[in-house]
Design a protein around this ligand. Structure first.
Ligand code: ADP
Length: 404
């Protein structure tokens, strides 16, 4: 690390986990990353990973978020990094209409994030726990919130309204917000560079395919439509989430099969998606292996996944002036040549033709075009790096705060 490098700590605080990364400004790969997990359970664990090695240790004292944070800071201290820590960037899932960009955290910002809690009851409260602990432990440096929804605040009303009474929007904030904004923003930025597109005149559909999955139409660097909605349940087939389903089916099941709100929540968020379809696994790797051995459930799960994705890509393209490229990212998008091939086979109306050799070459970390040369629109793989973009936003806002 050069003596003038500034370090940014990136935190992603979940209900029973704390994910962290230490980024040096100007460097793409983190100096240190890791995960504290099973927080609140009997056997919490913290794992540290740097370019040289990976090690895990039990967390002391009941091991909640505070202990995890202390273990992270102790590790930074042992490495002599605390003095060069310039700021902390926090990933926050839901910012509703209150945040259009990343923001330096103040008491007013905390109150605004808290006001979004009803829209993301599983995600925002633990993020606030992480923010409060980190601000208490590191009070002298700026803390920045980077929101999953902020990138999608450029969507026009026709893309974000549901066709339900307007009073539900006014009184309950019911509209489409979109998520995975940091990933879509990052891969769109990278794709423009990779494909040599004009930053002020391009049209992309970015597909972030991980355990959660969403696709976004990006026009000239701005989100103009996306597949997720009020919550991260709408849209594509996901690991355990259903994505799009007729609301009538939900009503039908509640009326006739005895589901209450909690049961329906678990059904659609935890028991559906690839897991529900395959009756085997939510993990794409396992499904690919099983499908290759003739498992019918695994095969149909992958088929529905690819069909739904292609259908969304087609629909989202209509929000653009012109489609230049479809970009695959996330664990599945970056690694599954099978899902990419199955999806592109369904995008033939766009004239896309897969280059099988290029497609096979793309595995985690690699970026490149997977359609034949000269074909437009093209398809490409771009490895996402949300931590880096959170660190970059954080460093920029911290610098501005210092200059003010
Ligand atoms: P998260 O959304 O939790 O960050 P990831 O982006 O890591 O998750 O994506 C996890 C998904 O990526 C899993 O379904 C996993 O099976 C899939 N995946 C990872 N590597 C491969 C691979 N080599 N081939 C197919 N799928 C893969």
């Amino acid at each position: 690390m050069s003596p003038d490098a500034r370090l940014i700590l990136v935190l992603n605080s979940g209900s029973s986990s704390l994910k962290f990364a230490v980024q040096s400004t100007g460097q793409r790969t983190p100096l240190l990353s890791g995960l504290a997990e099973r927080l609140g359970a009997a056997d919490p664990l913290i794992t540290f990973k740097d370019p040289e090695n990976k090690r895990s240790a039990p967390l002391p004292g009941g091991g909640a978020h505070a202990e995890a944070m202390d273990a992270v800071l102790a590790e930074l201290g042992a490495r002599g990094w605390l003095g060069t820590l310039a700021a902390v960037g926090h990933r926050v899932v839901h910012g509703a209409e209150r945040f259009t960009h990343s923001v330096v955290i103040t008491p007013a910002v905390i109150a605004e994030i808290e006001a979004c809690n009803p829209l993301a009851p599983l995600h925002n409260p633990p993020a606030l726990v992480g923010i409060r602990i980190a601000m208490q432990r590191l009070p002298a440096i700026p803390h920045v919130a980077v929101l999953d929804t902020a990138f999608h605040q450029t969507m026009p009303p026709e893309a974000y309204f549901y066709a339900v009474p307007m009073s539900l929007y006014r009184e309950h904030g019911v509209r489409r917000y979109g998520f995975h904004g940091t990933s879509h923003r990052f891969v769109a930025m990278e794709a423009v560079k990779l494909l040599g597109l004009d930053p002020n005149d391009h049209g992309l559909v970015t597909a972030h395919l991980g355990n959660g999955a969403s696709a976004t139409a990006v026009q000239d660097g701005r989100s103009v439509d996306t597949s997720m909605g009020l919550t991260p349940l709408e849209g594509l087939v996901m690991g355990t989430r259903s994505g799009d389903i007729d609301a009538g089916a939900v009503l039908h099941l509640m009326r006739t099969a005895g589901y209450d709100t909690a049961g329906m929540d678990a059904l659609l968020n935890k028991q559906s998606g690839l897991l529900g379809l395959s009756e085997l696994s939510n993990d794409c790797r396992e499904l690919e292996a099983a499908a290759a051995e003739g498992h019918a459930g695994a095969r149909i799960a992958l088929e529905v996944f690819a069909h739904r994705l292609a259908r969304h890509v087609g629909g989202l393209a209509m929000a653009l002036r012109r489609l230049d490229a479809v970009i695959f990212t996330g664990g599945i998008g970056e690694n599954s040549s099978l899902v990419r091939a199955m999806t592109l086979a369904r995008l033939q109306p766009f004239g896309m033709v897969l280059d099988p050799a290029m497609n096979q070459q793309m595995t985690r970390g690699a970026s490149g075009v997977i359609t034949g040369s000269g074909i437009t629109p093209c398809a490409a793989v771009v490895a996402t790096n949300e931590e880096w973009l959170i660190a970059r936003d954080t460093a920029e806002l911290a610098q501005q705060a210092k200059e003010r």
